[in-house]
Ligand binder design. Structure first.
Ligand code: SIN
Length: 322
């Protein structure tokens, strides 16, 4: 730790931080940092640059509580409400509980299982999907329960030039949809409807890289193509996006933190946990995101619903409405 001579504030030694890449393009473990303490600008920059470069970064054995999780997240951006559709933890409006049997998991058995089933980029039904997600492991099964991420910038580059030329100018309709009617999931989705048209290829606002923006759980159709054409193109792109060479698998330990760039990745929560009696509990904070922009400079369009705001602004809006 270093003390700033002018402000007296403690900050971390940026030179002690080490970045350990996990694959050629996605995932890095960061060591030499204690997330329970203020980072200071130099250390924050090292972490943020690694996050942009490696798209998902991991910090082992941090053991943060809710308050420290929020404090860390605030140094990375502006926390949203825990989950715009599924709510937040009592007393911690920024925190969403990733419990094994959370409402968002209640429809899993109704889905047709295909290689890309369950893969998603967080809340792309919104006009401004979260910039990043910061997930904290608390109760972790002794084995099983891994999370996977895929690198959507590498996936874009891995398409043939001809197919890249075809998808470059297309858009996609992203929507929150309930597969089963009349349960808590549907009620939550109805309370906050969200549907947006995003470019199929988005330009990352900070790195300038092109990203194949094809969140399988939310993306429903491609305007300008017939339903059959759209479905087949989407399946081709989804299958491509989750090819093993673009992915990374993380084995959690209690106390770990994963922070991913929601503008250049998709991820998959584990489904093997439902085959065992092991419990699994994590907590997530997402950061307010921007409106995606395509290669031609056109921005996304909201078809239904409001942007996801900061936790404070969402609570204020709720109070005004009640
Ligand atoms: C998520 O989808 O944000 C949760 C991932 C996980 O449970 O591993």
């Amino acid at each position: 730790m270093n003390r700033n001579v002018e402000t007296g504030a403690m900050s971390q030694n940026a030179d002690a931080i080490q970045i350990h890449p996990q694959t050629l393009s996605i995932g890095a473990e960061i060591t030499g940092i204690d997330l329970s303490q203020p980072l200071g600008e130099a250390a924050r920059r090292v972490v943020y640059d690694a996050f942009l470069e490696w798209k998902v970064v991991f910090f082992r054995d941090q053991n943060l509580d809710h308050a420290a999780h929020v404090a860390f997240a605030r140094q990375m951006g502006e926390p949203t409400i825990g989950h715009a559709v599924f709510g937040h933890e009592t007393g911690f409006p920024e925190i969403y509980s990733i419990a094994k049997f959370r409402t968002a998991n209640s429809h899993r058995e109704a889905r047709m299982q295909r290689p890309w089933t369950g893969w998603h980029t967080d809340i792309t039904a919104a006009i401004n999907p979260p910039l990043a997600s910061i997930l904290r492991g608390v109760t972790i099964p002794p084995y099983g329960g891994d999370t996977l991420w895929t690198d959507l910038a590498a996936a874009y580059q891995g398409l043939s030039e001809t197919l890249r030329g075809f998808v470059d100018g297309l858009t996609g309709i992203h929507r929150f949809e309930a597969l089963v009617k009349g349960d808590d999931y549907e009620e939550s989705v109805q309370r906050r409807t969200m549907e947006s048209e995003h470019p199929l290829v988005r330009v990352h606002p900070e790195t300038g890289r092109r990203v194949l923006y094809v969140s399988p759980s939310f993306l429903k159709s491609i305007p300008g193509l017939s339903p059959r054409e759209g479905q087949q193109i989407l399946e081709l792109l989804w299958e491509h996006a989750v090819r093993p060479e673009y992915t990374l698998r993380f084995k959690w330990r209690a106390g770990d933190i994963a922070m991913w760039d929601n503008r250049s990745t998709a991820h998959l929560a584990p489904s093997d946990i439902f085959e065992s009696d092991f419990d699994r509990q994590l907590y997530r904070i997402t950061l307010v995101g921007d409106v995606p922009v395509g290669i031609d400079g056109r921005t996304s369009r909201a078809l239904q619903g409001e942007p996801i705001l900061s936790a404070a602004a969402e609570l204020e809006a709720l109070a005004r409405a009640s």
